[in-house]
Design a protein around this ligand. Structure first.
Ligand SMILES: Nc1ncnc2c1ncn2[C@@H]1O[C@H](COP(=O)(O)OP(=O)(O)OP(=O)(O)O)[C@@H](O)[C@H]1O
Length: 252
């Protein structure tokens, strides 16, 4: 099947006050693939990720120019931002379950959207937890606090919570950086299965992780996307000397 672009990013610049954090970014994000953003600390990976569901709108002093289109619609045009964030869900670096039961964590978003029917919610909770590979571990403790889960389980719960909103894209900002290697490999396996249904964009500090899980990789440096390509090309035959220096560990 031919690749289809989910996001189209053209000449994007982002300023925090007078500081230009993204510089003329041009990038396509392919549908139903995993795209990794890599690069040294402070190079703009999270900033670009947050542009994709307008999370930067919440930061004072941010100015953006250029185009970010989702399925051909400019998301910085006159659109419903709440709807956008429903379509483009997000999972953060530290697991952040709400201080409520596992069940209520998942049902929270759908309830806010007006779904009240218990059977419908039950089904959605089960389906989301299954998709996040957590159902077997929590099915007997759905009514207990989510805060009693391990860190890795909490992160999968947060992924289930994102999935329950039936998004099209899931943004993940260093989703495994607070987790141990076993929990990390569970999340990595999970991403492999989630990409059948969702477009995934992940910021990661780990080049090994990007190489393991992503189909496409974009390499960032000082606010610019230096190079983006299929992941194997980035790691075996980068076109730009700066990418090569980074992946061979010469800096960063
Ligand atoms: N809210 C903010 N206000 C001002 N400057 C910011 C803000 N957020 C990020 N920056 C600056 O923008 C630049 C890019 O930051 P960003 O967090 O996007 O980088 P990153 O590549 O994700 O870094 P890391 O890998 O360390 O998470 C940095 O210089 C950072 O200091």
């Amino acid at each position: 099947m031919k690749d289809r672009n989910k996001f189209f990013i053209k000449d994007l610049n982002l300023y925090y006050g007078t500081f230009r954090a993204l510089i003329n970014v041009n990038l396509n994000i392919v549908e139903k693939k995993v795209t990794a953003f890599i690069g040294p600390s402070g190079c703009g990976k999270s900033t670009l990720l947050r542009c994709l569901n307008r999370m930067n709108d919440l930061i004072e002093g941010v100015k953006i120019d250029g185009v970010v289109a989702l399925d051909d619609t400019d998301i910085y045009g006159d659109i419903d931002v709440i709807k956008l964030r429903t379509k483009v869900g997000m999972v953060f670096q530290r697991p952040n379950p709400f201080p409520m039961s596992c069940y209520d964590n998942i049902a929270y978003g759908p309830r806010c959207q007006g779904i009240k029917d218990k059977a419908t919610l039950d089904e959605l909770v089960e389906k989301s937890l299954k998709q996040a590979a957590l159902w077997d571990e929590v099915k007997d403790r759905l009514n207990k606090s989510a805060l009693g889960l391990s860190g890795g389980q909490q992160q999968r719960l947060c992924i289930a919570r994102a999935v329950a909103m039936e998004p099209e894209v899931i943004l993940m900002d260093e989703p495994t950086s607070a987790l141990d290697p076993i929990a990390t490999s569970k999340i990595e396996e999970l991403m492999e299965s989630l990409k059948e249904d969702y477009t995934i964009v992940i910021v990661t500090h780990s080049m090994q992780q990007a190489a393991r899980i992503s189909d496409n990789t974009a390499f960032f440096l000082s606010g610019e996307v230096v190079e983006s390509d299929i992941t194997s090309n980035i790691f075996t035959k980068p076109r730009d000397k700066r990418t090569e220096d980074y992946i061979t560990g010469r800096f960063g």
